[in-house]
Design a protein around this ligand. Structure first.
Ligand code: ADP
Ligand code: MG
Length: 326
């Protein structure tokens, strides 16, 4: 049974950045305002996330790593209305099958923190009372130590770190009310955003002033489509970095080939071939119209009225690009 679970977990968590994304979303669900991420070897050896959120109650620690254990889903009906990131109760369970997982957590009403280690979805050893701040620290060590196939398929630590950086960058820019810090163990901080910031300031901190001062605001509402779009785009990104498309749907970092293609097609009409741009779009859609029940690895999202929504976004970007090129 453990072997089956391990294989399933290896499918869900394909690289350290997948695990990190789930852990960041848990911290955001727990209302954290500060998230500190520390990694060794691109997260393969060690991946730690520390937040100042609600913490996990003592009585829940025994079961948090069991499959389908979630504090976020009251009834099946909720799946359609979900507002938090989590709902499957699979992330911690999966990670515990393919890594050494340790949780150190304290709720504000608890007298002390507790430390718990997990293996194959189960608590390993007793809960230990210890000192700690309010919030949760989750440490994932030796990811894929028991998944030979996955280990072989992995890229270098530096490539894994790039993926981690992309995830942290995305969530840091989008969540401008949350401070994010990313560092390699024992080294200087690679990324740090303040707790209270703006999207523009976060872009400046992360991508530099050249891009930040080019940002043009995108705003779009459509009551019929139940659509809200907020974002920033640049005309051209003058640095040599590759173009960036940062896409959030209902505050989840996702991929959409359809939106990507649409954005690229607008840009290729108005800009020279090799011009690279920064595009950040945050779509809010009626949760009923978004398929949130996607597999964790399928970041590719599906939503209703895709064509109409994409047309709206295209023409909005088009107008912006025309206004600054004329
Ligand atoms: P889900 O997010 O789908 O509920 P997870 O496996 O990601 O499932 O997490 C299981 C449960 O553990 C959550 O429902 C939550 O109660 C608790 N939890 C996980 N991470 C945190 C955190 N950083 N702060 C507070 N509670 C957490
Ligand atoms: Mg979760």
């Amino acid at each position: 049974e453990d072997v089956v679970n391990r294989i399933a977990a290896g499918e869900i968590v394909q690289r350290p950045a997948n695990a990190l994304k789930e852990l960041i979303e848990n911290s955001l669900d727990a209302k954290a305002t500060n998230v500190i991420i520390t990694v060794k070897s691109g997260g393969l050896k060690y991946l730690q996330i520390q937040d100042n959120g609600t913490g996990i109650r003592y009585e829940d620690l025994e079961i948090v790593c069991e499959r389908f254990t979630t504090s976020k889903l009251q009834q099946y009906e909720d799946l359609r209305q979900i507002c938090t990131y989590g709902f499957r109760g699979e992330a911690l369970a999966s990670i515990s099958h393919i890594a050494h997982l340790t949780i150190l957590t304290k709720t504000s009403s608890a007298k002390c923190a507790y430390r718990a280690s997990y293996e194959n979805g189960r608590l390993k050893g007793p809960l230990k009372a210890c000192a700690g701040n309010n919030g949760t620290q989750i440490t994932v060590e030796d990811l894929f130590y028991n998944v030979i196939a996955r280990k072989k398929a992995l890229r270098s630590p530096s490539e894994e770190y790039t993926h981690i950086m992309d995830v942290v960058t995305g969530y840091a820019i989008h969540n401008n009310h949350v401070g994010f810090t990313l560092k390699k163990f024992g080294e200087n901080t690679d990324l740090k955003t303040p707790i209270k910031s703006s999207v523009i300031d976060n872009v400046r901190i992360i991508h530099g002033n050249t891009i930040a001062r080019e940002l043009m605001e995108i705003k779009l509402t459509d009551p019929v489509l139940k659509l809200n779009v907020n974002g920033y785009i640049t005309n051209v990104n003058y640095s040599n970095k590759k173009g960036t498309l940062l896409l959030f749907i209902n505050h989840r970092l996702v991929d959409s080939q359809a939106i990507k293609k649409a954005v690229e097609s607008v840009y290729s009409t108005y800009l020279p071939k090799n011009a690279h741009s920064f595009v950040y779009l945050s779509l809010e859609l009626d949760p009923k119209n978004v398929d949130v029940n996607v597999h964790p690895t399928k970041h590719e999202v599906q939503f209703l009225y895709e064509e109409q929504i994409i047309e709206k976004i295209k023409s909005c970007i088009e107008t912006k690009l025309l206004s600054c090129n004329s």
